[in-house]
Write a protein of this length. Sequence first.
Lengths: 219, 219
Amino acid sequence: MRASDKAYQTLLDEIVDGTLPPGTVLAEVEQAARIGVSRTPLREALGHLRKDGLVEPLAGRGLIVTAVSIDDIVELYELRQPLEQQAARLAAQRGNPQVFAQIAKELRGSDALIDSGEVGIKAYYQLNERLDRAIEDSISSAYLVAALKALHLHLARIRRLSRQNVNRLRAAAVETLVIVEAIVNRDPDLAASATHVHLQQSLRNSLETIQTRTIDKVA
Amino acid sequence: MRASDKAYQTLLDEIVDGTLPPGTVLAEVEQAARIGVSRTPLREALGHLRKDGLVEPLAGRGLIVTAVSIDDIVELYELRQPLEQQAARLAAQRGNPQVFAQIAKELRGSDALIDSGEVGIKAYYQLNERLDRAIEDSISSAYLVAALKALHLHLARIRRLSRQNVNRLRAAAVETLVIVEAIVNRDPDLAASATHVHLQQSLRNSLETIQTRTIDKVA
DNA sequence: CTAACCATTAATGTATACAAAGAACCGTGA
DNA sequence: TCACGGTTCTTTGTATACATTAATGGTTAG
């Protein structure tokens, strides 16, 4: 593995999982020493993170980890909505129905997973990741896939901020199942509409959860 | 201006305008010497171009300028459609109607521009760029704007491949006017639909133009 | 006491030297 | 003549030294 890749992956993981919270100053020499690479590959990593929108230059202070406000969540969904609707639409047109039928089958049993504690919930998340992968594999457009990948970076960060409760997960599983079944039945319009509905609910939940947390903080 | 920015801008321009055609090998030392910077900032520039999707690694041969096939054009539009529909929708919701009314006014006179030769056509293109800018300014979502910017990089490249004739430009102006008027009237759905129509026509024209050229080549 | 300017310093930005990995080419053998 | 192996050379990847810029703190003048 190249040193620049190592630096990028390390910083990316730490930003996404919150180890490096928003506002953290990333000084080159400091981070290079910490990660164990020289400044050259570290700079390359920082450049990529800047393109990803995960760090930004702060006048004279170097680079800092970007903030994620409530407005950012809304704005992110204004990109997520059209991208994932299109992705679902194309998957319904081109995807292998058998692949999605299998995922649908597993989704129908996801309630049991969700109710079976931490391990089950993790398995449920992995099922969702498999669905995302299957959709991306069905899309031939490299451009759309790239845009989706960039999007998911930011989504992963937000997911940490607004942790979903079990009720929301169960509801989300039902919504997702509608999408997957539409893909199996090669119904692009339904797949897109179901995605629209799912994301609207998902956004609403995110905002409500954040809201609650903010209130908790104030109290 | 930083040396890395200079290198990035230079290479970007040359790739977009065709000076560096697809398949061109970009060796670091060679390009660094040509542009007049050292390898370090040049590598930074190449890294960004790679993230943009304008260059790609070729096993052992370093980086080459990516190809643009007919399939790529179709795939690019599969990203463009949802992004620009969403952009038009948001602009219709949030844009300043006066700004777009002014653009609409100028669009109504664009036939005269298009018929007045090279200079007029250039002015027409600039009008379109102003429209794009106005739409981006109306969108609050930084994520969507970033995705649009990345998209427009590739579109600029394709525009060179399929040069539009005067008839197409006139038709495009009419289609664009429908979009802009929908924005002025704060009609998001119409703005999105009109964008859908416009891009569909635009794609069709691109493919036909490419097709013709290919036939010419064979003949 | 405050404000402005200079010096110091710590950071980024750049250049270059070095290392490592891979490809091409030449030579030798069958 | 072809195949295989080794060597050389070109390339990318990394480290480090140097340049430059901007911020900070102290000192001095008003």
